[in-house]
Design a protein around this ligand. Structure first.
Ligand code: GLU
Length: 428
């Protein structure tokens, strides 16, 4: 069987590709000259399978899509607190290149606007690092996300730096308020090189999938960034990632994303996929017209809005039976199933609460449980502890040893789901 996923991507590319509205970015001469017809899409699963259609291997400069990665590298180097002291996390609602600082704190509002991105770029490397050393750290860090060595488009770099009057102004503002300590021009040059790194939709999908995968690059298997840093970065992408259309994007499309003026959009569906589109013509907010259409289409067709309330999880209590043994002892056998998180564990606790009074033995069968998250694990372990405290003999059937074993050292008893092990017991 051929997977229908690539066919679906070709289909939506055909459907959205006809929209020729929008303009390529014109404030960077080299981008104004980009081929406006380029159109590529790629999605990467968290286990590293990439599906693509169109110009998924055409290189474009990464531009602002580099910002979440530089932010991640700055947090990884200094810790969140240090970075938060210097760059805020509030959506600005202003243009990405506004000369602005947060009123009380004097910090740039967030790392997705240029003031914040210049500051995060300046944070990378030792205080005494040269501009080249700093850039090299950024390049290596971003290459680890992509799973290949990224290189600079020198033409785009020269073209942008020659006309970077606004970014020079922002960097001078940052220097004058002591937000950055380096020479403003060096920071602008390094940041501009960061924005000029060449990527394809394939690269962007892999970079997005690294975030979706909690920081582990799905193809190389390398842990590129810690999980808690990923959470921070995705939260800021969610609220500030799509220029001044972030609220509109969130409500209609609904997954964290970052766009860039060269026409790329990178989206992340945590735990599931990384998404990338490339198409250079931009709308009035600076987001790729066809990229937004493609993402909106995928979000709708594939239920990707992260605020969509999931269907109530399948009952986690698969069976709950009470048996009476030959000598009158009562055995409660509770079999669980599926992926158990807080709400599932709460249902189990609710089923047990107040109903174990006469029970002599509790058998908690976890053999069909697909996954237990950390909170569910702790809640069930606590239920076991409390039942034991009430004098109940507890057996957990948990061959994968996800709960601390209450009968440590005891082999998991033989037990079959048809209760043949309790053949001499009666259903109560
Ligand atoms: N290098 C560009 C700038 O700083 C990036 C802008 C963007 O992609 O939003 O102006």
């Amino acid at each position: 069987m051929r997977s229908p996923v690539p066919d679906y991507l070709h289909q939506i590319l055909d459907e959205c590709g006809g929209d020729n509205s929008g303009e390529t970015a014109d404030y960077i001469p080299e981008l104004a000259a980009a081929d406006p017809e380029v159109l590529g899409i790629c999605i990467s699963t968290v286990d590293g399978v990439r599906y693509e259609a169109g110009d998924a291997e055409t290189e474009v400069s990464i531009q602002s899509i580099s910002k979440p990665f530089a932010y991640a590298l700055a947090i990884a180097q200094h810790g969140l607190e240090h970075v938060l002291d210097r760059v805020g996390v509030e959506p600005s609602g202003e243009a990405f290149n506004e000369l602005s600082l947060e009123r009380d704190s004097g910090r740039p509002l967030n790392p997705m606007i240029n003031a914040g991105a210049l500051t995060t770029h300046a944070l990378i490397g030792d205080t005494g690092a040269s501009a080249d050393e700093r850039f090299e750290l950024v390049r290596q860090g971003m290459s680890a996300f992509a799973g290949r060595e990224l290189q600079v488009d020198e033409k785009v770099y020269d073209s942008e730096l020659r006309t970077a009057y606004r970014n020079e102004a922002i960097a001078n503002m940052l220097r004058s308020y002591d937000v950055i300590g380096q020479e403003p021009h060096d920071v602008v040059a390094g940041y501009t090189r960061q924005c000029s790194l060449l990527v394809t939709a394939r690269d962007l999908a892999a970079m997005a999938a690294t975030f979706a995968n909690g920081g582990v690059q799905p193809i190389t298997g390398e842990r590129v960034i810690e999980r808690d840093v990923v959470r921070q970065v995705l939260s800021v992408m969610m609220t500030c990632g799509m220029y001044d259309a972030a609220g509109d994007w969130m409500s209609t499309i609904g997954f964290p994303a970052k766009s860039g003026v060269s026409g790329g959009i990178l989206g992340v569906l945590p735990g599931q996929v990384g998404i990338a589109t490339v198409s250079p013509r931009l709308d009035a907010h600076g987001n790729s017209v066809r990229g937004v259409r493609l993402c909106s289409r995928m979000s709708r067709d594939m239920g990707m809005h992260i605020m969509e309330a999931p269907e109530p999880a399948r009952a986690v209590v698969r069976r709950d039976r009470t048996l009476r043994g030959p000598s009158g002892q009562l055995v409660r056998v509770v079999s669980l199933q599926g992926a158990i998180q807080f709400s599932g564990a709460e249902r189990v606790l609710r089923a047990l609460e107040g109903s174990l009074g006469d029970v002599d033995r509790l058998v908690l069968d976890l053999r069909r449980v697909a996954s237990l998250n950390n909170v569910a694990e702790r809640m069930l372990a606590e239920a076991v502890r409390r039942a034991q405290h009430d004098g109940i003999d507890v057996t957990v059937l948990d061959p994968e040893k996800r709960l601390p074993d209450p009968d440590e050292g005891q082999p998991v008893p033989e037990y079959s789901d048809d209760l043949s092990d309790f053949a001499d017991h009666e259903r109560v």
